[in-house]
Design a protein around this ligand. Structure first.
Ligand code: ACO
Length: 332
């Protein structure tokens, strides 16, 4: 039994936060943000729009586009570092309930920006082992809930959104995932961290006074490591599988910073047409960034049935992952 990437869906909130809006909030400029990150705007969820709400909307689309009913889903995995509730219940349980999926295993994973590709690897293992047939995987973030909008070094980067995919069993090897690499190095844990709330820093007045509940990032160090790791990772997975970069029609990197995407794309000698870029309009949506980008190329008709995708991601943990697989759903 093989696993195939059966369908894609995504949801973005309607509220746009532009660079011009940010100029009014912190000491920054549209010119600086564009030049250093390639981001023009990002989407922000409304106050009563939770991670599970965005995830549910993306999931409904993915299930429908796979030609399935919610009752066909036998596992739900939600990748998020901005769950509805820290600790419990898992956002995957809330999404299952909102979708009407009953009596099915559901859990979250916290691998930051690498979450969706990590979830892909979990779905692949469950399907290939014969334990599950149709796995719903989700990358969803309300990142605005952990961003300090007085900190210009982070608030310009992140946005909200969700993406979802159905990974199904198939006996057709042509449709199957080719390979996934996923890895982590906890010695860099302090590069990207939300110090509270957690068992190290339970919620307290000190946490609130010092803003320890907001994301902190060593931007420059993360940037350098991201370029190095992402480049090595894609070169490794291509070499291992005997596939040339020029034969990849859709390179979908994590959307953190256009300079990182360009550096990795250039090192692979990829053309503009091969590299998928959505960071300009959505910012960095962490675990949602890759499925949102895949959804963009599917909805625009660029991604067709059977075409190869190379996914590559890097994030808090530190974690990183890459995947090589055909899109096995129907073309739009
Ligand atoms: N506007 C204007 N100036 C700014 C801003 C801003 N928004 N932010 C920082 N600056 C200033 C700094 O204070 C600094 O000033 P100084 O030279 O006087 O000290 C100067 O600009 C340069 O700052 P750097 O941090 O060196 O800028 P850099 O070019 O590295 O860009 C950025 C910063 C955009 C954050 C970049 O480092 C980056 O993208 N890092 C990687 C992010 C990433 O990949 N994260 C991983 C995934 S995220 C996840 O897992 C959730």
């Amino acid at each position: 039994m093989y696993a195939k990437f059966h369908s894609i869906g995504a949801y973005v909130p309607s509220k746009v936060l532009s660079n011009a809006d940010l100029e009014k909030m912190v000491d920054t400029s549209d010119e600086w943000i564009l030049k250093r990150t390639g981001i023009s705007e990002r989407r922000i969820a409304s106050k009563d729009e939770n991670t599970s709400d965005m995830a549910t909307k993306a999931s409904k689309l993915a299930i429908k586009r796979a030609g399935l009913e919610t009752s066909d889903i036998d596992l739900v995995v939600c990748a998020t570092v901005t769950p509805d509730y820290f600790n419990m219940p898992a956002t995957a349980c809330i999404v299952s309930d909102k979708l009407g999926i009953k009596n099915v295993q559901a859990f979250d994973i916290a691998s930051a920006c690498s979450g969706f590709v990590y979830a892909l690897s979990i779905a692949k293992a469950f399907v290939e082992s014969g334990m599950k047939k149709h796995v719903l995987i989700i990358g969803a973030e309300k990142f605005s809930s952990i961003v300090d909008y007085t900190d210009r070094t982070t608030c310009i980067l992140f946005g909200d959104g969700a993406g979802a995919a159905v990974i199904s069993a198939t006996d057709n090897k042509e449709e199957a995932f080719i390979d996934i690499h996923a890895s982590a190095d906890g010695s860099y844990a302090d590069f990207l961290v939300t110090p509270a709330p957690g068992s190290v820093n339970p919620l307290s007045q000190k946490v609130l006074d010092e803003g320890l509940n907001f994301v902190q990032m060593k931007g420059n160090e993360t940037f350098k490591l991201a370029v190095k790791t992402l480049t090595k990772d894609v070169k490794d997975i291509l070499a291992k599988n005997g596939i040339l970069a020029e034969d990849i029609p859709h390179f979908v990197p994590h959307q953190a910073n256009y300079r990182i995407i360009k550096a990795v794309g250039d090192s692979l000698k990829m053309t503009k047409e091969q590299v998928v870029v959505t960071v300009g309009k959505y910012g960095n949506t962490s675990a949602a960034s890759i499925p949102m980008a895949i959804n963009d190329i599917w909805e625009s008709g660029r991604l067709k049935k059977g075409e190869l995708m190379l996914l590559d991601t890097f994030g808090g943990g530190l974690t990183w992952a890459s995947a090589l697989l055909p899109f096995a759903g129907e073309s739009k």
